[in-house]
Design a protein. Sequence first.
Length: 362
Amino acid sequence: MSGVRNKRMGVLTGIAILLVVLGHLDMNELSVFGLFPYYGFHVQVFLFVSGYFYDDRDEGHVGQYVLRKAKRLLLPYFVCGLIYGLISTVLSGQGFAYCQPFSAFNYLVDPWLGGHAFGLNFAAWFIPALFAVEVINVLARKLLGFIRSIAVKDVLAFAVTLLLGIVTVYLAKTGHVWGYYKTPGRILIMLPMFEFGRLYKTVLERHEKRLPAAAALGIAALVQFIAYLSAHGSLNYSIVWCTSFAGAPFIPFVTAICGTWWWLRVSDLLRDTGIGSRLDRLGECSYHVCMHHVAVFWLINLVTMYVCGLVRPEAAFDLMEYKTNVNYVYQVMGLYAWRMVYLIAAVVGIPLVCSIFPRRRN
C-alpha cells in the first residue's frame, strides 16, 4: 500500500469523529436541519473508510492480517479497558450507575456484547465490532478466491451483505434481535457499509468523481429527503443495540450511504483548506478521541462540580444526573454555548496530547 496519506478520507474520518462527539453532546448544528442526523450514519462512515482501505492482497496472508488488526485495534483497546475497568470499580462504589466493577466478564466478554460496562469508555464499543467485521470480511473473501474479477467479487460481497443487513433490520424491527443476538445483529448491520467502501474504491469512485460537487450534494440530499419522509423524520438508529429503526428495513442503509456521500463531497471541498488540514489531523487521532472523549467530559464535570461548590453553591449542578447519565453536560448559567468547552476539550485537546505519538498513515 502507498505511504502517501489519502487526505480525502482523512478529512472524512475527522468529520465522522467530530459528529460522534457532537452527538454525545446533543449538539445538532451539523445535522443539516435534521436531514442528516448523526446517528443515522456516523458510525457507518468509519466502516466505509475501513473498507475503502482494505487490500485484497491480505487474502494471501489471513493469519498475518488478523494478527496485525488485533495489534492495531484490540491491544490498545484492552490496555485502555484495564485502566477504565479499575476507574469504573472505584466509581461504582461512589454511586455512579453507569460504571460496573472490574471482572473477567466485564473486561473480556462484555466488549463483544456491548462494551458499556465501564461507562467512561463506552464509545469505544465500536472497536471490537470493527475487528470482527474485518475478520469476517477477509475470511469470506478468501472463500470467494475462485472469483477472478475484483469488480464481480466486490459487487457480490456488497449485495450479499446488504441483503443480510436488510433481513437483520427487519428481524430487529419485529423483535427478534435481542440479548446475545445483538452481537451478530450489529455485525450484520455493519458489514454492508464496509463492503460498500471497498466497492466504492474499486468500481464507483472513478465515476462518482466526475459528478460536479453541487450535483453530488444535491442527489444525496434529495435521496435522503425521500428516506426522511418515508421514515416519518426518524432516521436515527442504534447499531450497538440494534434498535430504533424506522421505515422500511433498507432505509438505514440508504441513510448511511447518503450521509457518507454528502460528507465525502464536503471533504473534497475542505481538503485543501486550513479547516481540512485540521480535520485530517483529527481523523488521524479518531481512535483516541473515540476511546477517551467521554472520560474528558466526565473530568470537566468533576472540576465544574467542585468549582460550583466552592464559588457558586447555588449553581444548578445536578449531582444525581452526573451519577446516572454518562452523557451529562453542565451548562454554566444555563448557557448552551458552554457545551463548546466540552467539544474543544475533546476534538482539540485529545489530538494535542496525541501529537507526542507518531502520526499514523493510511
